[in-house]
Design a protein around this ligand. Sequence first.
Ligand code: GMT
Length: 376
Amino acid sequence: MKIGIVLYPTFGGSGVVATELGKILASKGHLIHFITYSQPVRLGRFQKNIFYHEVAVSDYPLFEFQPYETTLASKIIDVVKYEQLDLLHVHYAIPHASAAYMAQHILKEENITIPFVTTLHGTDITLIGKDPSFVPVVQFCINASNAVTAVSENLKAETLAHFKVHRNVHVIPNFIHTEEHLPDENPELRKAYALPHEPILCHISNFRKVKRVDDVIRVFNRVNAATPSKLILVGDGPDRYACEQLCRTLGLCDRIIFLGKLRETRQVLELADIFVLPSENESFGLAALEALAVGVPVVSSNTGGIPEVNRDGYSGFLSEVGDIEHMTSNTLRLLNPADKMRFRLQALDQAKTFSPEEIIPKYEEIYHNLVENKKP
Ligand code: GMT
């Protein structure tokens, strides 16, 4: 099948999922055409069956705000026509679903039929999508999509609660490749960050308010007081400056390492003993799944779709949002040498339930149904 994937190219989870999905589909023989405004973070190497089409945004002086949606729709039309795509899969509703809708209707004038699948990832529904300035368009586009998927049962419920949706929403979770066994330890690399007896806590995010990175630091402060530890923070975003200030206020500068943005996080995760994800809201929690996939148990909040990923008492522990004391005691419990290996193996085991072999065919089934019926 020839599939156009419209995505955000940045470090966010929706772009990562879209890119990894495209790479797996390409390895299965589909022809994948990525469409976005710059090279996706996880797309670098040459791979058979993958093509990338850049949306060049104009800077015409009249426009105070560049009309990205119009440029994107035009690019989609061009790629659909000249690459003879069978289907579009757009990731993140705003503005990808409305651009796909516009392209679909313009192409219809030329007797070209192109169905589109919209995958809802989270904040396009739970945060920005709920903003009244977006609601009518988001709601219309969900209903106008030829198929809609959400990354968790929780996100599906949120979608149905906040929008008048009269179509089926398929739940297809995020996926991850796991090895059969826990990764080998890397004492040489670990030595650069912590002493052999010091546990390493880790957090990866875009440092937005919704991630509550300050909670990570407060939990770490308490854990470190009980047992000297290190914290590795990966990513960057609006809250980073405040987090750096908090580390200085708490006198933790020599204990906390800010690595900034990384394209690949697996090597860092392999150094970690615990992954901390205290989000205010999280439709799924891909970062937590990436930690579980290398056998790192997760201490997280119990919000949104996180409980569908992090099984309380099995792959880690859940707490109420903001309950720093509970997250601290859960972290210390997971660090207990008597339980540590059991939780690591359980974390890996939990990640295996999200294998690409399980998840990708769910998308392919939707694609086949749409292309065979060519309904739009
Ligand atoms: O986490 C973010 O802020 C980025 C965001 C995105 O859309 O790029 O991630 C969302 O999509 C991921 C992939 O489906 C989910 O695993 C994340 O949980 C979700 N983030 C939120 O709901 C906050």
